[in-house]
Ligand binder design. Structure first.
Ligand code: 6PG
Length: 260
């Protein structure tokens, strides 16, 4: 795995850099195929990014009438629940920009049958998105965070969803969280045009080090189980990057960009 590693001073700078990349991805997608298909990340890290994207300096540069917003994963809770990834995006970004409601596609975490919600969302992706020759839906951009255990979206190490290589979306029961999740699967993440990984805080420094330096897939990190087709940009703040050596990363084939 290689890609671009951006090391920003702090979360605000990281979020501003990532917001610029989202705008660029939107503009390039709309030039290329008249629409922009993005999957938003959950968790807390992207909150500042979403708040920035709602500001005119960024929002006015995105054609929201041609943008379709999806989600990388969702907790199995109602859309107005504090834990809902949809709720985070709706309150910080989507309710502040002129995206048509019909172009916001949330995973139905409120359904009692998570597997049915996953099937419904898979069908939606297959209907709405371009596909690879193998039939895998292709996003223009997928935003992801990284858990301390190395999970992205709801692809937790050691869970059965990592074995899903056919369906673009699946449900997974996460034992340690005692809860169901709905998530994009590895083939969809591998097929996307671009991945933006947003990682901040010193609690992530260990997993960032292990994930980037891992020699192969044996460490069980979901991101090491795929060879992304598209470009992958890692956005780290200095705290999350504090165990990294830029020269070693470059020897491993990463392109490192530092921002003071
Ligand atoms: C979720 C996310 C998950 C998240 C990581 C990082 O639903 O929780 O999709 O993959 O991105 O757990 O979360 P933080 O940004 O809160 O550290």
């Amino acid at each position: 795995m290689t890609g671009h590693i951006h090391i920003a001073l702090d979360l605000a700078t990281l979020s501003s850099l990532a917001a610029e990349q989202v705008v660029t991805a939107a503009q390039e997608a709309i030039v290329a195929h008249a629409l922009f298909f993005i999957a938003l990340a959950g968790g807390k890290t992207p909150e500042q990014l979403y708040q920035m994207l709602a500001q005119p300096a960024f929002a006015d540069r995105v054609d929201w009438s041609r943008t379709h917003v999806f989600f990388s994963d969702e907790r199995c809770v109602p859309p107005d629940h504090d834990d809902s990834n949809y709720r985070l995006a709706a309150t910080t970004l989507l309710s502040h920009v002129s995206i048509p409601a019909m172009q916001i596609h949330r995973m139905q975490g409120e359904l009692s049958d998570a597997r049915q919600a996953a099937r419904d969302y898979a069908q939606l992706l297959l209907e709405r998105l371009p596909r690879t020759p193998q039939g895998v839906p292709v996003f223009d951009l997928i935003l992801l965070g990284l858990g301390q255990d190395g999970h992205v979206a709801s692809l937790f190490p050691g869970t059965p969803i990592l074995q899903e290589h056919t369906q673009p979306v699946a449900a997974v029961y996460v034992e340690k969280l005692h809860s169901w999740r709905i998530s994009l699967t590895l083939p969809v993440i591998a097929a996307t045009q671009r991945i933006l990984l947003l990682i901040a805080g010193d609690a992530k420094a260990g997993v960032v080090h292990d994930l980037l330096y891992a020699a192969d897939a044996s460490a069980g990190f979901p991101l090491r189980l795929i060879q992304p087709e598209g470009r992958i940009d890692w956005y780290l703040d200095a705290a999350a990057a504090n165990k990294l050596d830029p020269r070693k990363l470059e020897r491993l084939g990463y392109l490192v960009h530092s921002y003071s």
